[in-house]
Design a protein around this ligand. Structure first.
Ligand code: DX5
Ligand code: ZN
Length: 219
């Protein structure tokens, strides 16, 4: 059997917050690889989600690594709050960082892996001079701010371009795709070169969450 390299990171933005621990246990038991944590501040994006306290309530309740997606202004100020024993990645938006290189250095100094997210209108070329310093590029396949939006297929071209760049440069950053991913388009995302898949409503909105994670992992 062909070895699957893609990892699944369900977004708890779409979870039932009143049963968060229980729902994260379900995805963990079903084989998900990370928990995607969407942090929205009502400034960088037109919606407020939740803060570090909610994420930290999962500490000790799951062994899954946290994949923190900061959709906030001033990420340098708030990133330290998201460092926990579970935190694997902290990702900032290129569009929110005036001094992106410094933000990357600051996050690395926290002892976690660093990612940079790109809005749908932002080309991958903005990362040319930092690509060697980052662990992950997050390609937004919706405009950030809300779960449950329609997948923008132009994101696949960006994933392909990044994948080619990774090949050319011999770098090993992960390529993450986030927004509107379903069982119907996940294969395309993987074929384009995404190595980390985020899925929110298609996982937590499913009638049987565990079964849905397994369906994703069986692609
Ligand atoms: C959007 C968030 C996404 C979102 C994914 O701003 O960054 O992670 O929660 O949710 P779905 O899969 O429902 O588009
Ligand atoms: Zn996200």
């Amino acid at each position: 059997m062909e070895k699957r390299l893609t990892k699944l990171a369900p977004s708890i933005l779409a979870a039932d917050f009143s049963r968060l621990g229980e729902q994260v246990s379900l995805i963990e038991r079903a084989g998900a690889h990370l928990v995607h944590v969407d942090i929205m501040d009502g400034h960088f994006v037109p919606n407020i989600s939740f803060g570090a306290a909610v994420m930290k309530s999962l500490e000790g309740k799951t062994n899954l690594p946290f994949d923190v997606h900061l959709m906030i202004e001033n990420p340098d100020q708030y990133a330290p709050e998201f460092v926990t024993p579970n935190t694997e990645y902290i990702t900032v938006h290129q569009e929110a960082c005036t001094h992106l290189c410094r933000s990357i250095q600051n996050i690395k100094a926290l002892g976690v892996k660093v990612g940079v997210a790109l809005n749908p209108a932002t080309p991958e070329s903005v990362l040319e001079y930092v690509l060697a310093d980052i662990d992950l590029v997050l390609v937004m396949s919706v405009n950030p701010g809300f779960g449950g939006q329609k997948f923008l297929s132009s994101a696949l071209d960006k994933v392909r371009a990044l994948s080619a760049l990774r090949e050319e440069t011999g770098l090993s950053f992960e390529i993450e795709i986030d927004g509107g991913i379903t069982l119907d388009n996940v294969r395309q995302a993987e074929d384009a070169g995404a190595s980390l898949i985020v899925a929110g409503s298609s996982v937590f909105g499913a009638p049987d969450i565990e079964k849905r994670v397994k369906e994703f992992l069986a692609w």
